[in-house]
Design a protein around this ligand. Structure first.
Ligand SMILES: Nc1ncnc2c1ncn2[C@@H]1O[C@H](COP(=O)(O)OP(=O)(O)OP(=O)(O)O)[C@@H](O)[C@H]1O
Ligand SMILES: [Mg+2]
Length: 286
């Protein structure tokens, strides 16, 4: 379930304090003990219980009574902390509506210096396997793999956007990152699969120019398809980069071929553009 913008907007300062305190203490406890949470947040018992009630109703905190009374942040609680921090830092002034929801993320429109897109990464236990080897990256989160994996995923995407943008690839401009949330420029366009192109060959060439540039910079997308390309009538944008791999990866050739096939097949099916996968592959790595 994505977070509700209203739930974040209506957070009381004591509720934010509880979320921040829980985040800090979860580096030491799987379930943060009731009494330790109260001492650390310096709230009265009555206030804390009242605020925890709100947070649990918003599904931002969950509790356990065994082996002792304790609390944990949920995905929504962690998302709320990241988004509130972006508001506090002035990166965004207002959170808008949900504009996209995938298997492992939710994307919101927000107001910052202009319109920005906020991508909230939510990577669960299953996908965590692929990043397990890099666990030394955030050792303090070893017992909360979803926090680790989601933050790692956001960081991967942010780094890729930075380097790709610098190297002239058409991707959203990365603005900032906080925990599992990446703020980037908002693209006023539509996904390729939802558009009917007047100039399909030009768009096809532009996509391949970007794949080639990215490859030369050391990035293979690894989930490229008509769902991760956006068009706005003028430019072509490649989005959704957290799972990128390096061309030195042992399966790089196979993965790059899959990315290329997806695009070649889409244009052949929908616009009868004939270019073989081999030709396209040579165009990228040649
Ligand atoms: N910068 C952006 N500007 C405008 N819309 C965006 C932007 N980034 C993403 N979107 C929209 O949100 C949708 C989901 O974003 P994205 O593809 O990055 O993640 P995802 O598909 O949810 O990830 P996953 O592959 O884990 O399912 C996109 O298909 C697109 O419609
Ligand atoms: Mg996507």
């Amino acid at each position: 379930m994505p977070i509700s913008p209203e739930d974040i907007r209506s957070l009381h300062k004591y509720e934010t304090l509880i979320l921040t305190t829980l985040e800090r203490l979860m580096k030491r406890y799987t379930w943060v003990p009731d009494d330790i949470l109260r001492k650390s947040s310096d709230l009265s018992l009555q206030e804390m219980e009242y605020r925890l009630g709100h947070l649990m109703a918003k599904d931002m905190v969950k509790s356990s009574s065994v082996p002792y009374k304790g609390y944990q942040l949920t995905f929504s609680g962690y998302d709320a902390l990241a988004i509130s921090s972006l508001v506090k830092k002035g990166t965004i002034s207002a959170l808008g509506c949900l504009i996209g929801e995938g298997k492992e993320s939710a994307v919101y429109e927000a107001l910052g210096t202009g319109v920005v897109a906020l991508k909230v990464h939510r990577v669960g236990q299953r996908s965590f396997q692929s990043v397990r080897l890099n666990r030394s990256f955030m050792p303090e989160w070893n017992h909360f793999p979803w926090i680790f994996a989601s933050t790692y995923s956001a960081k991967q995407e942010f780094e890729a956007l930075k380097e790709l943008r610098k190297g002239g690839v058409n991707v959203p401009v990365p603005v900032t990152i906080n925990r599992n949330v990446v703020a980037m420029s908002f693209i006023a366009g539509v996904n390729l699969h939802q558009s009917v192109l007047e100039n399909p060959k030009e768009v096809f060439d532009a996509i391949f120019e970007n794949i080639k540039k990215a490859y030369n910079l050391g990035f293979i997308h690894n989930d490229l398809s008509e769902f991760n390309v956006m068009v706005d009538g003028k430019d072509v944008w490649i989005i959704d980069w957290p799972q990128w791999i390096d061309p030195s990866h042992p399966n790089a050739a196979e993965i790059l071929k899959r990315d290329i096939d997806n695009i070649v097949n889409y244009f052949s099916r929908k616009y009868s553009i004939s270019c073989t996968s081999d030709e396209a592959y040579k165009m990228v790595v040649g």
